[in-house]
Design a protein around this ligand. Sequence first.
Ligand code: NDP
Ligand code: BG6
Length: 485
Amino acid sequence: MVAKVVPVDSFDLVVFGATGDLSRRKLIPALYRRMADGQIPDTARIIGAARSDMDVQAFRNMAAEALDRFVPPEELDQSIRDRFLSCIDYLALDVTKEAGWADLRSLLSDDGRPCAYYLSVAPRFFGVIADGIRKAGLVNDMTRIVVEKPLGRDLASAQELNNQLSQCFSEQKIYRIDHYLGKETVQNLMALRFANALFEPLWNARYIDHVQITAAEKVGIEGRGPYYDNVGAMRDMVQNHLLQLLCLTAMEPPSHFAPDAVRDEKLKVLRALEPLTDPADIVRGQYRKDSIGGSYLEEAENPDSRTESFVALKAGISNWRWSGVPFYLRTGKRLRSRVSEIAIRFKDIPHSIFSGPQTATKPNILAIRLQPDEGITLSMTVKDPGQGGMRLTDTDLDMSFAESLTHSGARLPDAYERLVMDVIRGDQTLFMRGDEVEAAWAWIDPIIQANSSIRPVQYDSGSSGPEDALMLLHRDGRRWREISA
Ligand code: NDP
Ligand code: BG6
């Protein structure tokens, strides 16, 4: 369950955009934690690069502040913090200029260690940085380049981005992050499916009625209004995180747990997605003003915005395994609770042998909970204990990862910890390949084109989303699981 604690040999990690939000909030704390877990040697080098003109000490101070702010005090150890900060260097580099690249070269180690370049900058800089690295003669067998969403805003721009990167790096050197793949429970889904004999025989249209994938957030668009309003939930969450979860749930067993074996299977799922052409199969929503805060329109500072902060849709997969099994996806902001889960709803039993009072059976549901309270729950029908006669009730077989870790003294690593170390190790299994990203856009693009000019329906903040989303399942004789933490 916990990431394997395998120390890596030394490495150089260059973080472009090191002074930015992602770097300070996620990357620096993740690297500190890996060092605290004994996975990063003192000889590793973390080189921050950004436009700001500051010296190494000023950047170390910035990193120290990030640790104090984003790592809980009980996890901060003064001596590890000092060791960590001493691994850090800084280079003021405007990536759009010719100057500075030679300085980067001189900062890098020359002992043949892996060198990863993390592009924690706006996507418009991806091409120019890739080119800068190439022109500076910094590409070799040990080079890795890391990029993060948004990986395009449609198929054409994703293809352009892939082209830009592939002109400088082979696919084996490119690590496209979807941080959902670094979540512990997502990896556990693969263990559950492929390391147990129990579920795989039932994992198909014969036994599964439908699948629900939910990523509900309590927060609104916060300070990201202008960015988010240009993107919306379909691009921000469905195209990447939700489709990745769908792929891992639906894919065939790969022949082995290796990058291309896994990614080939995910790609087949994306290519088997049925075009979503019926407008009734998609619901787009926008939260409205309430006592907690402003409306989406106010926060986005765009009174006429048609951007959705909520999406629910019904997807189908045309293959033997999943024919006729709907995959209902749902994501939204300002909902009742923060919950992400995959719920597999099995079919009803074919015939009940029980009769009399309290003998109704409930369907089995396997819920794989990503957050909060990571774990797996299997709802079962059992005999109501102590009741006279055969009365039935439902109960949950519950496996909380956090609880089992508390007993072992370990903790669940953050997604970025896992993913950054996989980059260093050169393991691409949990990263998206270029063709996967394009296949996801190829499915999403027509949905966006058909819907983006339609005004989304409104929903109350703190609710489960728009009424229409309830109807999406209701008309199929089904209902969403409660969004409750
Ligand atoms: P920020 O705007 O906070 O940071 C941008 C960084 O880019 C700063 O360090 C800035 O340096 C640097 N930069 C800007 N222009 C140049 C330039 N010409 N040359 C060199 N460096 C430059 O962005 P975020 O950290 O929020 O996001 C970075 C990327 O990660 C974006 O693509 C974003 O979409 C993505 N992302 C962010 C997430 C997050 O949680 N923040 C989550 C998922 C993805 P300086 O300050 O010195 O000008
Ligand atoms: C990001 C989206 O990719 O994922 C955000 O851009 C969203 O809008 C976030 O809030 C959700 O991630 P998590 O890990 O909090 O579920």
